[in-house]
Design a protein around this ligand. Structure first.
Ligand code: SF4
Length: 377
């Protein structure tokens, strides 16, 4: 695990200039500010001018960058920025939060909503596709906007505060739909909500008798781990069984701070699972994936899914062929403990559900052999 910042002058309570990844741009930030999630949100890098200040982007590309950022917003917390080697334009964390030229030049490729989420909404912002569970999108705001996000289409309206009426409609839908035993609270990032709003929403779901399980999907442990506070954990633990799904995509994201955030959730009795996305240039080699999965196992976060990257507009440059993904999983399988292995799946375009991607699924001969063995057994 890597600390994001090395403190060499703590007697002054200031962040020092050097980190394990070079000179730190927030050189004189008091320690208490750095670990204040509100300070982190207020000081996000979000304009093209800031981006050009922090990253060496050729001037000839500035216009394309501006257009990309006008189309799909950008925000990077100082914490996440501190993990990036800014001298390396292929840094795996930089690729996830800083637009690349291809995001704009290949903008016509793909679809805004390949999973047809907007189609399967019986009420606004609630997706009910699978019989026993539904997903609620309680905000469009995120701490960091991931360039590979499959909900990029929803970023265009800024970060408006969600309305109580909207929440109420979702709660009422769940209440009158008895087959829903599990509700996923998603976004955007639900941990961008005010604590009392989030608690009110969770509590309203918890009192519905047929809702057995609540899941929260949030990337906060990865991009803003200081948001996992003892107050938040105290609140969440009241509403168990509650599962926490996060998204680490590279081992450089597994810092002491991120580990601490996950540990706090675990200590509160909340299992933490990881859903990575297979991303070209980030985690599409066996070495990178192995390091990520071992790192997750070390911090007691279960690798749950590895998603095939969706054909989303502005995301094409991240997509890896399915055959390559299967080959990658093959390289890992057999050399790593089953505890580390995620399910590699493709959430099929058109909202047709998740298809597992593994050799038996792709090669009929292997599946046939498996069936023959079962008959013999
Ligand atoms: S945190 Fe999740 S919803 Fe937000 S931009 Fe990243 S992937 Fe998309």
């Amino acid at each position: 695990m890597k600390p994001s910042i090395r403190y060499t002058g703590q007697e002054h309570g200031m962040i020092q200039r050097t980190t394990h990844r070079g000179v730190h741009p927030f050189e004189s930030v008091p320690r208490e500010s750095w670990y204040d999630w509100r300070w982190q949100l207020q000081h996000r890098i979000s304009t093209a001018a800031q981006l050009f200040e922090y990253f060496d982007i050729p001037e000839s590309d500035h216009e394309e960058y501006r257009q990309a950022m006008d189309t799909w917003r950008c925000a990077i917390t100082p914490y996440y920025l501190s993990l990036i080697d800014r001298s390396d334009d292929r840094d795996p964390l930089r690729c996830q939060c800083v637009p690349q030229l291809e995001e704009w030049t290949q903008r016509e490729v793909g679809s805004d909503d390949p999973l047809c989420e907007e189609r399967d909404m019986p009420v606004t912002n609630l997706i009910h596709r699978y019989h026993d569970r539904c997903l609620t999108m309680v905000t469009d705001a995120c701490a960091v906007y991931c360039r590979h996000c499959n909900r990029k289409r929803r970023w265009c309206d800024g970060e408006p505060a969600p309305s109580r009426d909207g929440f109420q409609q979702m709660i009422e839908y769940v209440g009158r739909t008895p087959e829903v035993r599990e509700v996923i609270i998603s976004g955007g990032d639900p941990l961008m909500l005010k604590l009392d709003t989030l608690e009110w929403f969770i509590k309203s779901l918890r009192v519905i008798r047929h809702v057995e399980i609540i899941r929260i999907g949030s990337r906060v442990p990865v991009v803003l781990p200081m948001r996992i506070t003892s107050g938040l954990c105290r609140m969440l633990r009241k509403y168990r069984p509650l599962w926490f799904m996060t998204q680490f995509n590279h081992s450089n994201e597994i810092t002491d701070e991120a580990a601490r955030a996950c540990e706090m959730l675990l200590q509160a009795g909340i299992p933490v699972m990881n859903q990575s996305v297979l991303l070209k240039g980030v985690n599409d080699t066996a070495a990178a994936m192995r390091e990520l999965l071992y790192g997750l196992e070390r911090i007691a976060v279960k690798p749950y899914y590895l998603f095939q990257c969706e054909p989303v507009r502005g995301v094409e440059h991240f997509r890896v062929d399915v055959a390559r993904g299967v080959e990658l999983m093959e390289q890992l399988r057999g050399t790593m403990s089953g505890l580390c292995m995620p399910n590699y799946v493709y959430d099929l375009p058109g909202g047709r559900g998740k298809m597992p991607l593994h050799p038996c699924g792709l090669y009929p001969d292997a599946a046939q052999e498996f069936d023959n063995k079962r008959q013999i057994d």
